[in-house]
Design a protein around this ligand. Structure first.
Ligand code: AMP
Length: 581
């Protein structure tokens, strides 16, 4: 296994000198404390992500530099300087504190499209000392309800369209005291809603950012596991050190860059690298509101002269599918550095980038819990296509066996990281035992299987659990199964990830029906719509197979392992001695 081909990056001179001159030397000399001195702390122990991302630039020549260039689906453009974002986020912080009465540590959630207000709101919430919780706008009502209920969010910032989608669940959330609606298109609001625009108009532009401690909670992102509902991974303000460092040395951001991160703000990449990483580095970023389209994406890169581009394997595979002729119709010469994250990046995609775009994709690995990039390919290192690269300086990653002892190079095992990096999650919200169970024998166990080669490059093998990665979005099979069995026709359901050439995996459900129901196309579509409305399109089974009964352990737990083997045509193993849980 493994790919021996090596891509020599950016052959010839680098047009811009990489921030990381020598990986080995930097690893030897790296100290997080030294790096964090580059940030504008309030005191030895006090730092605030919102301050670092925008206000820290006000004292510099970046004050009137563009921080955000936003283009809507319809082509409208809005531009915000660091000074603009500072002023607007101050106003938002005042709305929260003075008009709503939000206090330090309260949770403010965002269920909003990719509009400028989500950036302003998130920065303002952090400056007010409250905790942000961004939710993917494609979520359905149940997915939103679970997260708002679990976090006991006090405020939800949303839009008229998204509010309509979740209207039915709002009365069942006693802790949700306020719904603020961003009303860009002047829709009719209900009298209970706070109008974002009206509230902002009344709010002062002066706000003294809360001097949060580095350990105060700042960010909550829900992530799916094998069992149970999604859990809220919580990060502290200290995480900004990790965002800053990795944006500088992995994304190689330079002052003149025009940076584009295609991730949605509802996911961790969209906050760590769609806000905090680039802005703590004082870099201009462009944001495209619209959905994926190969033509529009190339147009966007050409129009704005994107230099650094951070995207995901599914998108790259979709670009590849759109054909090599398409990029030729655009001038993409501005692109200097391209990175990818979220799922395994096939070697062909790295080579395709090199051949067709003139830039190979630099894969990197991290997850919601790690808060920032842990393993990466760097501009100064050859890429081994198929590898996620080497640990970030300051990060010690290893492969451990099931007793959590480190394995030698070449052996497959559990991917683990030595705890203590700045952006490490601090807990799963109100699930401290679950959090602690992730740390074994001095390692944080990531839940991924990988191996390391003799040069210290890591290769992703698979997930250690049943979690499905579809187009970079983690879907917990349990969540989907729970919704499926709420459908009146469904008796039992088992959900697996089925390999897919574009999305890596898609959700496949095995379903047995209650007496009196017949499996036909109409029922299949009805079940799909049922899941889509409640969870999201990513979580909706692309395929449903009706079977008489599902394989179970003696204690009744559905054996997804057998369903997966059946799907892949693999030997089923000994099924006569079904294990107990
Ligand atoms: P999330 O927490 O939603 O960001 O998902 C993190 C998970 O996505 C990881 O634990 C991996 O399973 C997967 N993942 C992220 N980056 C990569 C990568 N570069 N290669 C393979 N899998 C990845």
């Amino acid at each position: 296994m493994g790919y021996s081909a090596i891509v020599k990056d950016a052959p010839g001179d680098f047009s811009v000198k990489p921030n990381i001159p020598d990986y080995k030397k930097m690893r030897e000399e790296f100290r997080w404390e030294k790096l964090s001195e580059e940030l504008d702390w309030f005191s030895d122990t006090q730092i605030n992500i919102g301050h670092i991302a925008v206000d820290a630039h006000l004292k510099t020549d970046r004050r009137d530099k563009k921080a955000l260039i936003w283009e809507s689906q319809k082509g409208e453009v809005e531009e915000y300087t660091f000074a603009d974002l500072s002023r607007l986020s101050n106003q938002f912080a005042n709305v929260l504190v003075k008009q709503i009465g939000i206090q330090k540590g309260d949770r403010v959630f965002f269920f909003l499209e990719r509009v400028p207000e989500i950036f302003i709101g998130i920065l303002g919430t952090l400056k007010a000392g409250a905790v942000i919780g961004p939710l993917f706008s494609a979520f359905g009502p149940d997915a939103v309800k679970d997260r708002l209920a679990d976090s006991r969010a006090k405020v939800l910032v949303t839009s008229p369209m998204l509010k309509k989608k979740i209207a039915d669940i709002l009365p069942s959330l006693p802790h949700l005291e306020n719904t603020m609606v961003v009303n860009r298109r002047n829709a009719h609001l209900s009298p209970d809603d706070i109008s974002y625009e009206a509230a902002m108009e009344q709010a002062s532009e002066d706000f003294e950012t809360v001097r949060t401690s580095k350990d105060d909670f700042a960010i909550m992102h829900y992530t799916s596991g094998t069992t149970g509902k999604p859990k809220g991974a919580v990060h502290a303000h200290n995480a900004i050190i990790g965002h800053y460092a990795t944006a500088k040395y992995v994304l190689d951001l330079h002052p003149d860059d025009i940076y584009w991160c295609t991730a949605d703000p509802g996911w961790v990449t969209g906050t760590s690298y769609g806000m905090f990483g680039p802005w703590s580095n004082g870099v201009t970023q462009v944001v495209y509101e619209g959905a994926f389209s190969a033509k529009r994406w190339y147009t966007f890169i050409e129009k704005w002269g994107v230099t650094v581009w951070y995207t995901a394997p599914t998108a790259i595979r979709m670009l590849m599918k759109a054909g090599d002729g398409l990029p030729e119709q655009f001038n993409l010469d501005s692109l200097r550095y391209t990175c990818s994250v979220g799922e395994p990046l096939n070697p062909e995609a790295v080579i395709w980038g090199q051949k067709v775009l003139g830039r190979p994709f630099h894969d990197n690995w991290w997850q919601t819990e790690t808060g920032a990039i842990m393993i990466a390919n760097y501009p100064v290192q050859d890429i081994k296509p198929g590898s996620m690269g080497r640990p970030f300086p300051g990060i010690h990653a290893g492969i451990v066996d099931d007793e959590f002892n480190e394995l030698p190079e070449g052996q497959e095992g559990n991917l683990a990281v030595k705890p203590g990096w700045p952006s490490m999650f601090r807990t799963y919200w109100e699930k401290e035992d679950l959090y602690r169970s992730c740390f074994k024998n001095g390692w944080y166990i990531t839940g991924d299987k990988a191996r390391k080669d003799e040069d210290g490059y890591f290769y992703f093998m698979s997930r250690a659990d049943d979690v499905i990665n579809t187009a970079g979005h983690l879907v917990g099979p349990f969540e989907v199964e729970s919704v499926l069995i709420e459908h009146p026709a469904v008796a039992e359901a088992g959900v697996i990830g089925k390999p897919d050439p574009i999305a890596m995996e898609v959700v496949k459900a095995f379903v047995s029906l209650k007496k009196g129901y017949t499996s036909d196309e109409d029922l299949l579509h009805d079940i799909q719509t049922f899941v889509m409305k409640r969870l999201s399109s990513a979580a909706t089974p692309r395929e449903i197979e009706f079977i008489d009964s599902l394989p179970k352990t003696r204690s009744g737990k559905i054996m997804r392992r057998l369903l997966k083997s059946k799907e892949l045509g693999l030997p089923l193993g000994d099924t006569s001695t079904l294990e107990d849980d």
